[in-house]
Ligand binder design. Structure first.
Ligand SMILES: [Zn+2]
Length: 124
């Protein structure tokens, strides 16, 4: 059985999986999401984001210890279970999972804003 059903599910899961990653890692992942969104094929999108995720895992002791593949598999399954449970049990405004996700999404979005000046500079 495939671990990742499709890119949408993969991205949804990654957003919760990377919540404790460093700002630098989240910046890289934000860039990868930008690139992925311009690709057409789901497999390529997953591959692009997965490649960056692997780079960031060097900072996670447990991932280095047990191996990236095993770590991703373990965290992915755990996170999917949490998110499937969350889907039907979200507490709304005081929901911790939503709060965590919004915080991460904001950091990932900041990537775009940080990128813009550089793009403008290249055009000038
Ligand atoms: Zn929630």
């Amino acid at each position: 059985m495939k671990l990742f059903r499709n890119y949408e599910e993969y991205l949804d899961t990654v957003i919760t999986m990377v919540r404790d990653f460093s700002d630098e890692s989240l910046y890289k992942i934000g860039l990868a999401i930008n690139v992925s969104s311009s690709l057409l094929d789901d497999r390529e999108k997953i591959h692009r984001l997965n490649t960056t995720l692997h780079q960031c895992l060097w900072q996670i002791d447990e991932a280095v210890e047990i191996g990236f593949h095993r770590y991703i598999e373990q965290e992915y399954k755990k996170t999917r279970e949490t998110l499937d449970y969350h889907k039907v049990n979200c507490k709304g405004e005081c929901c911790l999972i939503c709060k965590d996700r919004n915080k991460t999404i904001n950091k990932l979005r900041n990537t775009n804003e940080r990128e813009e000046p550089r793009i403008y500079a290249q055009q000038a």
